[in-house]
Design a protein around this ligand. Structure first.
Ligand code: ADQ
Length: 467
């Protein structure tokens, strides 16, 4: 395969971020490394087979990076200025759309200059795709930051097959309708041939919203537009590289790291574990509160039980996220300061990202995984945990508001707004007999291994391309 950038590609992924991170070696040399992530794992083989290009932002503002070839496919960087980052990314994407699409659990902020920037940056991405697509190519646009790209791209290049996948929920029309630019957003995504959502509720929310547009008719997974075009709308629940995750978790290095970690935590008899991006949608505060109360009431004995919680730094320049960080620091500090043991704190909390291998080791030592988002498109953490638990001897507590709840039906379901209910379910899961736990875990493992990330990408693309 050629090592130079091809002028045109037959398969293009357009996403806000590129699948590579820049690394600078000790002698100052710059190179790019594939970033770890489900989407990259899923799409890399497809791009390598078919020849492809990935269009996205490289992560640094006010810098133009030339296209380059990486691991069998082309990388086409789209530049963003620091004002674009502030208005398009932190502003409209993460201050307006993110809370709006997560059922307004935080107040969405509407600013006209953010909207102007969102439109302008979406046009830049669409133009890059139009410039690099071969005649009749397939273009797969990812996520809420690029909601307007399908229509813009179709106007520039009507010959293309355009797919769009939304990784986050699509809210009910009653909430979505608050958006001053609701029509543009719906029309924007209707430029696609196929729109994919995480779960069926999003499909019906979207179709209800689309039918509010004049001349649009829709039913059962399709929308007919006034210009005669038909758009297919379906759910494609995203998943993980289940086999890869299991193999990593059972490798000798990870098992050794797991042993060390347990020791570092003071060799407790039971470990509860949570890992999330630090985001208000993930329900971290109510989780910490519930588990804190269980420690306080001694239903969880801090001599024997540890709650390990990792939070990945996320969107730190957005005020809402900085406030959340302080709130969690305070909550955890308060609970730990009440502990009678000087040797060990009940909550081991770290605000950091960790390598995949360490994460797998943590899944290995976790007797109970606590996943309690207030709203989540899917939640891959729940699936990763299940994939790692070869011994079937542990339990998953899962919010009913995560897309994953529709697939991992044997989890211990909780309503994260109900602290007492959560406490009772956590205790029930911990006290469950090994036989019942094993039965539940086996069923969830089957679901995750039978519906992995390859199936997700394959199903979407064959639906889009009609094979
Ligand atoms: P996210 O909101 O980022 O994704 P999630 O699905 O849980 O949420 O994926 C997070 C990923 O980051 C997981 O693979 C996890 O292992 C990893 N991760 C989290 N904390 C980490 C840490 N401290 N160190 C290392 N790795 C960490 C969005 C949507 C989700 C949807 C996905 C995919 O919000 O609902 O499931 O996209 O579509």
């Amino acid at each position: 395969m050629s090592e130079t950038v091809q002028e045109k590609a037959s398969f293009i992924v357009v996403a806000n971020r590129l699948p590579v991170d820049r690394v600078i070696s000790e002698d100052g040399e710059e190179s790019w490394r594939t970033s770890p992530g489900g989407l990259v794992t899923a799409l890399e083989p497809v791009m390598q087979n078919r020849g492809g290009a990935w269009i996205g932002w490289h992560g640094a503002a006010d810098e133009k990076v030339e296209p380059f070839h990486h691991d069998g496919y082309d990388i086409i960087p789209v530049p963003l200025s620091s004002l674009d980052v502030e208005r398009f990314y932190e502003g409209f994407s993460n201050g307006t759309l993110w809370p709006l699409f997560h059922d307004c659990i935080a107040e969405p902020v509407f600013h006209r200059e953010w909207w102007d920037s969102f439109r302008e940056v979406n046009r830049r991405f669409a133009q890059a795709a139009a410039d690099h697509a071969e005649q009749g190519a397939t273009v797969w646009v990812q996520d809420y930051q690029l909601h307007l790209v399908p229509k813009m791209l179709r106007e520039m290049r009507p010959d293309l097959r355009i797919g769009f996948f939304l990784h986050i929920p699509f809210p009910p029309p009653e909430l979505f309708a608050r958006l001053p630019w609701r029509t543009e957003l719906v029309e924007g995504v209707l430029g696609s041939d196929l729109i994919g959502f995480q779960f069926p509720g999003c499909v019906s929310n979207f179709i209800r919203m689309a039918k509010r547009l004049p001349g649009v008719e829709g039913a059962r997974g399709r929308v007919h537009l006034p210009d005669g075009r038909m758009v297919a709308i379906k759910s494609f629940p995203i998943s993980i590289d289940a086999v890869g995750m299991r193999n990593l978790a059972t490798s000798p290095q990870v098992l050794a790291e797991a042993e060390n970690l347990r020791h570092e935590l003071g060799d407790p008899s039971t470990i509860l574990f949570g890992v999330d991006r630090l985001d208000y949608s993930k329900g971290l505060a109510s989780r910490v509160r519930a588990i804190g109360e269980l420690f306080e009431s001694r239903e969880l004995d801090p001599e024997h039980v540890v709650f390990l919680q990792l939070a990945t730094p996320s969107r730190e320049r957005v005020a809402e996220y900085r406030a959340l960080r302080d709130e969690i620091d305070l909550l955890v500090g308060r609970i730990n300061s009440k502990s009678t043991s000087l040797a060990r704190s009940p909550i081991a909390y770290r605000y950091t990202s960790v390598p995949r291998q360490t994460l797998a080791a943590m899944y290995q030592i976790a007797d109970l995984m606590v996943v309690t988002p207030l709203r989540d498109g899917m939640n891959l953490v729940a699936k990763e945990y299940v994939a790692c638990r070869s011994r079937n001897d542990s339990a998953l507590v899962l919010s009913e508001f995560a897309g994953a709840a529709l697939e991992l039906k044997q989890a211990y379901m909780v309503n994260p707004y109900d602290i007492d209910g959560m406490k009772a379910t956590i205790m029930q899961a911990l006290r469950e007999s090994p036989r019942v736990k094993a039965r539940k875990m086996r069923a969830m493992r089957k679901q995750v291994f039978d519906h992995d990330i390859d199936l997700w990408a394959g199903t979407f693309l064959s639906e889009l391309e009609g094979d």
